[in-house]
Design a protein around this ligand. Structure first.
Ligand code: API
Length: 276
């Protein structure tokens, strides 16, 4: 079955975008893994599907699959590429669109130079919403991983995040602790493990060992989660530039139940057809 796709990335976090509105296809987890395979397929961190909306107040539905075939409830870099993709493929002319992802609604707004602003919705902190096996919500949690006693932030942006503050993002913490945190038994659905270096109150560096992939060059929801954690700990202001391996994202959060706003780049790499 030939499937048309567009290869894109947002700050180096790369995606295969597939329009399943004009192509009536059903993809199984093994199809996702083949597409994502960097030797036997196209190669990407996530496969993103464009579907018709399930709700009256949405323009599209957006499904996210990690390279290992697992489905995720949120992908910030992917949301930006999604907005550019549906306009590139003439599925819409909207400058601002509402998109369902998992059980949340996001508003995507086109900005200059192919940048996109994403209203990621509010962060969720209750352990049951992360999910995290803890009795009570807290700013930080004790966690033993790889034999080390850690203090981490944990929250959901529609997908689970664990954040560890480090002195320097290249101090070896991600290599030593990434897998142990990401797959920790206290997170029943796993998590995206962020390693956060505070440069000053408006600038941070971040690396993320993602659920279902491993380290990516950027993680949009991870950047949002790291800034939210840093703000709640009193380390950061409301607008922060997050420097990731693949580029920079602008994150803005005014606290409480306000939405986290993320603005960043999108890029189209190539288009093609793959036979599954
Ligand atoms: N690995 C993530 C999904 C992709 C998130 C990331 N690529 C982003 O930009 O937010 C998860 O399983 O929750």
């Amino acid at each position: 079955m030939p499937v048309k796709f567009t290869k894109m990335h947002g700050a180096g976090n790369d995606f295969v975008m597939i329009d399943t509105i004009s192509q009536r296809i059903k993809l199984r987890p093994r199809d996702i893994r083949k597409i994502a395979d960097r030797r036997r397929g196209i190669g990407c961190d996530q496969v993103l599907l464009v579907e018709p909306p399930g709700q009256a107040n949405a323009d599209f539905r957006y499904r996210i699959f990690n390279a290992d075939g697992s489905e995720a409830g949120q992908c910030g870099n992917g949301a930006r590429c999604f907005a550019r993709f549906v306009r590139h493929r003439r599925l819409t002319h909207l400058q601002t669109m509402v998109v369902e992802a998992g059980n949340s609604l996001m508003t995507l707004t086109m900005r200059d130079n192919h940048e996109v602003e994403v209203d990621m919705g509010p962060p969720r902190f209750a352990p049951k919403d992360i999910p995290l096996h803890r009795e009570h919500e807290a700013l930080e949690y004790d966690l033993v991983a790889a034999g080390e006693q850690l203090r981490i932030g944990a929250l959901s942006m529609g997908n689970p995040h664990a954040i560890l503050r480090v002195d320097a993002i290249d101090d070896g913490s991600l290599e030593r602790l990434g897998e142990a945190i990401r797959s920790h038994e206290d997170f029943p659905e796993g998590n995206n493990a962020g390693f956060l270096e505070i440069v000053d109150r408006r600038n941070v560096r971040l690396r993320v060992f993602e659920r279902g992939v491993g380290e990516t060059e950027a993680c949009g929801s991870g950047a949002c989660a790291a800034v939210v954690y840093g703000q709640r700990m009193g380390w950061l202001d409301d607008r922060v530039t997050v420097e990731l391996t693949g580029g920079k994202l602008d994150i803005y959060w005014q606290g409480d139940n306000n939405s986290v706003l993320m603005t960043g780049p999108t890029a189209i790499s190539f288009e093609g057809t793959i036979r599954l």
